[in-house]
Design a protein around this ligand. Structure first.
Ligand code: FE
Length: 234
């Protein structure tokens, strides 16, 4: 699908080299997806399928990335074909279809396509540790400490009712934790997403069954990509 590359604009993340795909999948990177118009392509996972183990197993990633994320991309391409939205970059498409009942299929698949690309970048093998200084300062100002921020994120990921997402966002000048249901995301609320945690059952059930809090704790204590969060402040 080489024609895609001609229409893509590199994002600041790409220029910084952050999201260069390191898996076996050729093609577009996660950061490129949001600038892409129809037909959308499943971006490369930015690490190997077994790289997040044992906190997220290779089996979970194989299904989550290879089946669930791919299905959202395929369904989006099917729903958008021959519509007025065809030429829209993904982020603009999400904002244009949010809250419009007649466009629910398009919105749900567009948002899930974007949310998952953002989620892959929110995780990193050997992640966690300390946020970069500027982000840490903002987290300290908003939550009192990085530990309190992590607790708020764990609480949101563990207690969200039903399918959805827990997010670290920039809301004005404040760093906050928010939850969204189903495919919804902070872009529809005028907030800047910094990190995403998928709390749909497909994100953890094979590894943790009903123990969603254990999954959230594993992700937040071991995989959170603070460098990616900091890069989204710009
Ligand atoms: Fe998911």
């Amino acid at each position: 699908m080489n024609f895609l590359h001609a229409q893509l604009q590199p994002s600041p993340l790409q220029e910084g080299g952050h999201s260069a795909g390191s898996s076996d999948h050729a093609g577009v990177s996660t950061a490129m997806l949001e600038h892409m118009g129809f037909p959308y392509e499943l971006p490369a996972l930015p690490y190997a399928l077994d790289a997040l183990s044992p906190f997220i197993s290779e089996t979970t990633l194989r299904f989550h990335y290879g089946k669930h994320h791919k299905t959202y991309i395929d369904a989006l391409n099917k729903a958008i074909d021959d519509t007025e939205f065809e030429a829209m970059p993904l982020r603009a498409l999400i904002q244009a279809t949010a809250g419009k009942p007649g466009q629910a299929t398009l919105f749900n698949n567009a948002a899930q396509a974007w949310n998952h690309a953002f989620y892959w970048d929110s995780l990193a093998p050997g992640g966690a540790g300390e946020p970069p200084p500027m982000l840490k300062q903002m987290i300290d100002a908003s939550f009192g400490s990085v530990e309190a921020c992590k607790q708020a994120l764990t609480e949101a990921a563990s207690t969200h009712f039903g399918s959805g997402w827990a997010w670290l966002v920039l809301d004005g000048k404040k760093v906050s934790v928010v939850k969204t249901g189903d495919a919804d995301n902070p872009l529809t609320r005028g907030m800047t997403p910094l990190l995403a945690i998928d709390v749909w059952e497909h994100a953890y059930y094979l590894d943790y069954q009903n123990r969603r809090k254990d999954h959230a704790t594993g992700v937040i204590e071991h995989l959170i990509n603070w460098n990616f969060a900091a890069s989204n402040l710009a």
